[in-house]
Design a protein around this ligand. Sequence first.
Ligand code: M6R
Length: 633
Amino acid sequence: MCGIIGYTGSRSALPLLFEGIESLQHRGYDSGGVGLQTDSSLTLIRALGKPENLSSKLEERGHWNPQSPAMRSRCGIGHTRWATHGEPSVVNAHPHASRDGHYAVVHNGTIDNLEAIRKQLLTWLPGLELFSETDTELLAHMVMYFVDKEHDLIRAVQLTGCLIEGANAFAVISSRNPGCIAAFRRGSPLLFAKLEHGYLLASDQAAILPHSSSYSWLEDGDVLFLSPDEDPRVLDADDYDVVRESINIEESMRQSSRGDHPHFMLAEIMGQPVTIQRTIEGRIQDGGKPLIRLGGMIDIREWVGHDLSEILLTGCGTSWFAAQVGKRWLNQLGFRAEAPLASELFRSFQGVDRGTLVIPFSQSGETHDTNQAVKWVKERDAKVWSICNVVGSALTRMSNAGMYLRVGQETGVASTKAFTSQVVAATLTGLALVQEREPDRLHTPEIKAVIQAILDLPRQIQNVLDQAAKIREVAESIASSTGAYFLGTGYSLCAAREGALKLKEISYIHAEAYPVAEMKHGPIALIDENMPVIFVAVDEGGPKEWAQSLGSNISEVRARKGQIIVIAEEDSELAGTILSEGSGQVLYTPKTVGVLTPVLSAVVMQLLAYYAAAELGREIDQPRNLAKVVTVA
Ligand code: M6R
């Protein structure tokens, strides 16, 4: 995780670096810092906590003064941190300087062979004293050591990059190379953009968006050398000079505004009728003869028709829950499908081969665990169809084909609009696979109903959002609880898992999800008047046994005075009956088909989590300990 920013050009670097740090906070925000080339030395300023603290420190020390050396600097690097080695503190904040003070480094990732590197450094630099607990500090000393030997910054950065193991990206400035930034990437993202007045380097598009409509990605093993008067130099892993392709940032990725909402998360929840519409647009042609149009399918059409034997859907966190919905849907359509967690995939699916289709779900496309799983299946000749939001991200570049969510930048750390669009994307993917294998089946009433339900979703989500005031009341009634259960079955179990994660992430109320019938096998021990139990009960198409099990579990919670909240489909007889028998609150969703029920119930639970967290005064867009993009193992 962690956000890296760098600038070299003809403008004052500090404001650009600070703005970049602010836009990269979704990658971590426990401390931050900037390093600037000032005259013939380096100035490093670091602060604990959010960028405001860094800004105050810059202010206190006079660095924001337009005449200050810091403001006159035209080249520097910046960082926002998510701690891996060493607690959040000023000493551990980046940039880190080399022993001689001539080199400063910002870093994202973890050095897996840390001990070996530390030992080696101590032999190269006897008596070396380390000031921080970070692995990053070692990089600064290594670069210094290699420049002293090789007399060349780019070579020193390359040698340093080659020696470290793990997923890493780092950027270096030196007082001896005015105006220059050198950077290395392997496993962690790094991109750069040419501006009219110089170059920007960043770990994420978010920092580039306000300044440029295009950027280039570094590939694994690349070393980049930026200097204001020359074209960027990129040396690839084989030491060849290469030109990295420039990618246009899609218009849809540029929009990230919270409008009048107090938080990005709320803006993103409220924007879902529009984002779902974007996910669907142009992908369903319904002139009486439905046709699913997913451009990427052309690339794997032949293979799907002849060789596909098994499907694995995977992801982490919220994206994994979307994969679970997709798995159920593909099973329902008659495909052999499983949904392993990305970090566990290689343990459970040794049989992956050229007949396997792997469908990774990821908002960012940069999640380490997901991308590692994809690398592993690719080594076994599986085909990869990715469902991703970020155009040009590492995941999409590794995939054979796939589809974008098109929901625009998701800024709130808790994923919302990406989840609902992932479920829709999974639904469309299933339909597209059926179309390739049994085209006539798309015209059956069952499939036509699903297509119509997809088209109805934006309006139905709006209907749920219109109940925000009621959901807020319920949320406020659970805000003082220390724990909550989310129970569901089938598709609603996937939704319940997402509901529990959402509440936990932003309100810090402990929440767990279980299949409804599991409650009595243990979890019930915790139920008392302080325990809300949210029944995601939107699957009335299920068997009679389902209704009976739901009814008895609700009674069992009631008998122990637990707080009952039921999410049910509108006109639900079952919810009406259950609630007429005693206490409980019901939140209704419009009727839809099974695979799409998690979309509507998730919106209810997003609002529940949001309002509970708001009631508790939590830092909703940047919850403690989390980061938006998890690029470490
Ligand atoms: O970018 P990805 O979708 O791959 O991220 C996966 C998870 O890290 C992510 O969904 C995480 O669980 C979110 N904080 C959920 O709100």
